[in-house]
Design a protein. Structure first.
Lengths: 325, 300
């Protein structure tokens, strides 16, 4: 087990190093960042001045070492647009994004699992066919367009829910969140649903195939023979066994929720770090872009690491096959 | 030379059988017909659209933001209404489809080529080369495509060539992984040994003998990935970091309509989105059926 954890840690470290190198070459070497910073009518002297101030006159390996030092200290410079520390801006916006992603995850579970169970246990029921058709649509629909349609339907036509922004936030244990007020949820619901749509389809499919397989197993027959109520068989025996793959996949998908929130946050004007990234891209605010990429890569690697280690603790086959390769 | 060219008759029979199996699923046939109609409309856009929406002489600003069915100043009915600049939306969608499909197909073809070559090389060469290629594939696949594409576009800038490049980068790994999987199986078969003992070069063995036998799963991936690329391009364009206003794909059209959405002028975003949705669903329906038909394990 320890050997597996160490090997997995080394792998995660390799991925982070690879990403640092890629980001460095992406932002520093391809294209001259100086031209992004100076105004179009800058004189040659001004250009050279900027080049010296930011250290772009140094050889590439020196620049890389400086960059590496900055990354290790978690320092990506000051945002060109906001003037304050890039990493500070990103961390400020992070709770809003994590809250959105968490709400989407909850919606995916709350909506996806019951629908998936129904479709799996009654595969020939017309409602099941409807559920599966919806889940196929969920995979095909472009997220941003669904977001637009949600706004059109619930905000413009019906006027039930607000279309943009985050509701009032309440500070709990030092974390500001809108999860604990009705108005907060009213603002959160549409963006969270939009973000959750793909994951709902995924959970429906996973639960459905899991339930179909599990319902044919001997332990279910035995439970039935014992005279347990269907409610108990489904709720305890089947659900428990299909939860492992679902939880694993959802754990891994949390990172992609954070990444996809760029789209959702832009549509619903949700003040998270995805919206920050998009603004940074449009204004070529390089420290913010680099900071965002590094934060998200770290988040991804950490999530993958935790899920892998947990999984190997639950299922010994994972680490055994790992040591053979 | 493959058997297909030296002996055409069985090949035709094979295709007929393939078509017959494909046609067993009526939903898939509907998808195929829909897809063909969409492609035909895109190709014939200059002939069937009532207006050239990018000819400034034909567009009248007085026609702007009209609801579906309004008669334009030139007399034709604007079936789907008009956008903020007075362009007929139906015509804009037809022209937008051309751009969206071009970007999707072109990036798909390039990504497939790159992925095929790297996947085959990985499977055939083995050893360090394989490890290196597959590690890059793993790294690529562990990051969500939206994020990778966004960052690439941030670095490269706007423009149709840059978008295609970004889409190729996010797609090639799927092809490489798939091709490597089937090439690993093919490599151990006797015909490869036979080709080698005939003295054929490595390149010829790989591309003339192994490659054709790895194509079935690639076709399936290609349909799914093309749909994905079209959707991703629309997303990027909607976010304002994709195609510029001079290349108005469906995503750009939807983005242009977004500002009018809150005032209830839904059609400017709705109809281009519907066209996008129909295109993606049609491609996915065809892809799903291809997967079933080409999967030897499901063969009756």
């Amino acid at each position: 087990m320890l050997a597996f954890v160490i090997r997995r840690l080394a792998q995660a470290f390799f991925v982070v190093v690879a990403m640092v190198v890629l980001v460095f070459f992406g932002t520093y070497v391809i294209g001259d960042p100086v031209w992004m910073m100076v105004p179009g009518d800058a004189t040659q002297e001004q250009v050279e001045e900027v080049r010296r101030t930011f250290g772009f006159d140094q050889p590439v390996y020196m620049q890389f070492l400086t960059f590496l030092g900055d990354v290790l200290r978690g320092e990506f410079g000051r945002s060109y647009v906001h003037g304050s520390s890039a990493i500070g801006l990103i961390l400020d916006r992070m709770p809003a994004t994590l809250e959105l992603a968490l709400a989407a995850l909850i919606l995916a579970i709350v909506i996806g699992i019951p629908l998936g169970l129904f479709a799996g246990l009654k595969p020939d029921h017309p409602v099941s066919r409807g559920i599966m058709a919806v889940s196929i649509l969920g995979f095909s629909l472009p997220t941003f367009w669904v977001g637009l349609m949600l706004i059109m339907l619930f905000s413009v036509m019906l006027g039930w829910l607000p279309a943009t922004g985050r509701g009032p936030v309440i500070s709990i244990l030092g974390i500001e969140t809108s999860l604990f007020s009705l108005e907060g949820w009213r603002h959160l619901f549409l963006p969270a649903l939009n973000l959750a749509l793909l994951k709902i389809s995924l959970v429906i499919r996973l639960t459905r195939s899991g339930a179909r397989e599990a319902s044919l197993q001997d332990y279910v027959k035995f439970a039935r023979a014992k005279g347990l109520s269907p409610r108990r068989i489904i709720g305890v025996h089947i659900l428990k066994n299909i939860m492992i793959p679902i939880v694993t996949v959802l754990g891994l998908e949390f990172g992609s929720l954070v990444a996809f929130s760029v789209v959702t946050e832009t549509i619903f004007a949700w003040p998270g770090m995805g919206k920050l990234l998009l603004e940074a891209i449009q204004r070529l605010d390089r420290p913010l872009i680099v900071g965002y990429v590094m934060v998200v890569v770290l988040l991804f690697v950490t999530i993958n690491l935790i899920v892998d280690i947990l999984y190997s603790a639950l299922d010994p086959r994972v680490r055994l096959t790992g040591s053979q390769s | 030379m493959s058997a297909a060219t030296s002996n055409p008759a069985p090949a035709q029979g094979e295709f007929a059988r393939f078509a017959a199996r494909f046609a067993e699923d009526r939903v898939a046939v509907f998808g195929l017909v829909l897809l063909l109609v969409i492609v035909a409309m895109a190709l014939l856009a200059p002939f069937i659209s009532p207006q050239n929406p990018y000819d400034l002489g034909k567009v009248d600003i007085m026609d702007s933001r009209q609801p579906p069915g309004t008669k334009a100043g030139d007399g034709f009915a604007m079936l789907l209404g008009s956008d903020g600049m007075g362009r007929d939306l139906f015509s804009s969608i037809l022209y937008g489809l051309r751009i969206s499909l071009t970007v999707g197909v072109l990036s798909g073809v390039l990504a497939a080529t790159l992925g095929l070559v790297l996947g085959l090389v990985a499977a055939y060469a083995g050893g360090r080369i394989e490890t290196l290629i597959m590690r890059i594939v793993d790294l690529q696949l562990s990051l969500p495509s939206v994020l990778v594409a966004l960052i690439l576009v941030a670095l490269l800038g706007k423009g149709i060539d840059k978008i295609i490049l970004a889409l190729v980068v996010v797609q090639w790994a799927y092809y490489a992984r798939t091709v490597r999987g089937s090439a690993l199986v093919e490599r151990r078969k006797e015909y490869v040994e036979a080709a080698r003992s005939l003295g054929l070069s490595h390149a010829r063995t790989v591309f003339r003998h192994i490659l054709p036998n790895c194509l079935a799963p690639v076709i399936v991936i290609a349909t799914v990935q093309t749909a994905h690329a079209i959707s991703l391009e629309a997303t990027l364009s909607f976010l304002g970091v994709g195609l510029p206003q001079t290349e108005p794909s469906l995503g750009v059209l939807i983005a242009n309509g977004f500002q009018y959405m809150l005032s209830g002028k839904y059609w400017i975003s709705f109809f281009p989105g519907l066209a996008l949705l129909l295109t993606i669903v049609a491609i996915n329906l065809v892809g799903d059926r291809l997967r079933d038909v080409l999967n030897p394990r499901l063969e009756k």
